[in-house]
Design a protein around this ligand. Structure first.
Ligand SMILES: Nc1ncnc2c1ncn2[C@@H]1O[C@H](COP(=O)(O)OP(=O)(O)OP(=O)(O)O)[C@@H](O)[C@H]1O
Ligand SMILES: [Mg+2]
Length: 353
């Protein structure tokens, strides 16, 4: 059974604003998706949903934490093999095609990489099987240019391309938000059908009603951290976290993006309150309290892809060593997720902030 396991995954981005602060796009995110399960990932704009999808798809490196597929860390798979099992489809089908090539070129690229020795007839049968699975008629789509296809057809073609491979896990990042209402339902029904055939899906959406329709479990992400997670009927039927409740009460505004709330001040362990920006812009992180040296050391390696941050952390480490008890809490606060408690079986909720 192929399970995707995300374990304590964090991602820090260097912010482009002056002062070079960090954005914690993911904060110690952990969950598992077994074969045949659809998990909806919901959160406002900027909450880290696409970052999580990209980390799973190996398009970006996590800053810390591990992701395993079938028990093996995903970065240990040869790339070709990994993408045979794990594929992504994204929000904007139009940008996935090169307008100067026929749309089915996306299939030929798969053939060149994965099935270079497959004979013509066998390949055609395979393509037809994949098109059939997404309810496309080969005559309607093969040989056409992208502009000759509808958004729904383009999105189905991309799903069909994933199905040409031995795909077991699909990251579907807002794949229906650009489609009209009836096409949306078709694509959703397609996902349900693929799930029944054993495909696991991480279904990223702003739209709670769609998440409810399609998924077994729901994860609510806020500011890069999970605040509520559980069986979809429990999360939707009995939301416990104020943020989930807020999202649910906002449902009538179906086609509106959620309002982005900046990360804002992060409360460090102990009595200190530091803001992300000031923590990294100042010469010494003055988080006070009892920042543990071990935490600082761990985060020094986490941050080494950002030379600026690395310098700050190294300098800060020296400060920690020379002035015991100071310095590291700000960095750990940046990554600290809210603690989750079990409300009832399969329903985890963060404590109020
Ligand atoms: N390459 C990057 N460099 C710097 N910051 C980034 C990068 N990608 C994402 N971010 C930041 O990380 C945070 C999470 O972004 P992400 O795209 O994951 O959000 P999202 O939940 O997918 O939002 P949306 O619903 O709008 O698609 C945001 O603050 C974003 O600005
Ligand atoms: Mg996104």
């Amino acid at each position: 059974m192929s399970t995707l396991k995300v374990d304590q995954v964090s991602k820090l981005f260097r912010s482009t604003s002056r002062g070079g602060g960090l954005t914690a796009a993911l904060r110690k995110v952990s969950f598992e998706i077994p074969q045949g399960e659809v998990v909806t990932l919901i959160g406002e704009s900027g909450s880290g949903k696409s970052t999580l999808g990209k980390v799973i798809l190996r398009l970006i490196q996590p800053t810390s934490g591990t992701i395993t597929f079938d028990g093996r860390p995903i970065d240990k798979y040869p790339q070709r093999e990994y993408y045979q099992y794990v594929q992504g489809v994204f929000q904007d089908p139009f940008s996935s095609y090169n307008p100067i090539y026929r749309a089915d070129r996306v299939f030929e690229l798969v053939r060149g990489t994965y099935f270079p020795r497959m004979g013509g007839a066998e390949w055609e049968a395979k393509v037809e099987g994949a098109l059939d699975a997404v309810a496309l008629n080969p005559a309607d789509v093969l040989g056409k240019y992208p502009h000759q296809l509808s958004g729904g057809q383009q999105q189905r073609l991309l799903i069909a391309r994933a199905l040409l491979l031995d795909v077991k896990f699909l990251v579907a990042d807002e794949i229906i938000s650009m489609l009209d209402a009836s096409t949306r339902v078709d694509i959703l029904n397609l996902l349900v059908k693929l799930k029944k055939q054993g495909l696991a899906i991480l279904f990223v959406t702003h739209d709670l009603s769609l998440g409810n329709y399609v998924s077994d479990r729901t994860i609510i992400l806020r500011h890069g951290a999970i605040v509520e997670m559980g069986a979809t009927p429990k999360v939707f039927g009995n939301p416990r976290h104020d943020y989930t409740k807020m999202l649910l009460t906002a449902v009538p505004e179906l086609h509106k993006k959620w309002q982005h709330t900046p990360l804002g001040p992060v409360t460090a362990a102990g009595d200190a309150a530091v803001t992300v920006d000031s923590a990294l812009a100042t010469d010494v992180i003055t988080a006070g309290g009892n920042g543990a040296v071990a935490t600082a050391v761990a985060h020094a390696t986490l941050l080494d892809e950002f030379s600026h941050a690395e310098a700050v952390v190294k300098r800060d480490l020296r400060a920690v060593f020379s002035r015991e008890g100071r310095g590291s809490a700000a960095v750990s606060a940046l990554l600290a997720p809210p603690s989750l408690t079990e409300f009832e079986p399969d329903h985890l909720v963060a404590e109020p902030e």
